[in-house]
Design a protein. Structure first.
Length: 137
């Protein structure tokens, strides 16, 4: 289930993300963020990466996760396309399949500087989970 809604905020951009599981929220958040930056469908899957994080809260982990993806994009030009997240207690592991971003091929949209804690929420709902995240652009 991919349920992502864009929020337009003066000077920033945000997402409301829904998922059946906590892992799906993190996967959908990554998909949503890269959709703001480029066209993920055009990204060639040529490299796999793994990310491991430890955090005190799921909200903190969500911000760390997205900022780690922004770091990979800004530093190495790596754009993720497929995400497999596993959360057990305070251990977060994610496998990412993607490739090097090519603005001419993939299309360049917003330049996201960071995922923020501003108006951050992550809540359990009747249908699963819902998160709101704001990005500095």
């Amino acid at each position: 289930m991919t349920d992502i809604e864009q929020l337009d905020i003066s000077g920033d951009v945000g997402l409301i993300i829904r998922g059946r599981s906590l892992e799906e929220i993190f996967e959908n958040a990554a998909i949503g963020m890269f959709s703001l930056m480029t066209d993920p469908a055009k990204i060639k899957e040529t490299e796999k990466k793994e990310i491991s994080l430890k955090a005190e809260t799921y909200e903190n982990t969500l911000v760390q996760w997205l900022n780690e993806l922004i770091f990979l994009f800004d530093t190495y030009g790596y754009a993720g396309k497929v995400f497999n997240v596993h959360i057990r207690g305070d251990t977060f592991r994610a496998g990412i399949s993607g490739g090097i971003f090519d603005p001419e091929r993939d299309g360049q949209k917003l330049l996201i500087k960071a995922a923020t804690y501003h108006n951050l929420s992550l809540t359990k709902t009747i249908d699963g989970w819902e998160a709101t995240i704001i990005f500095d652009i």
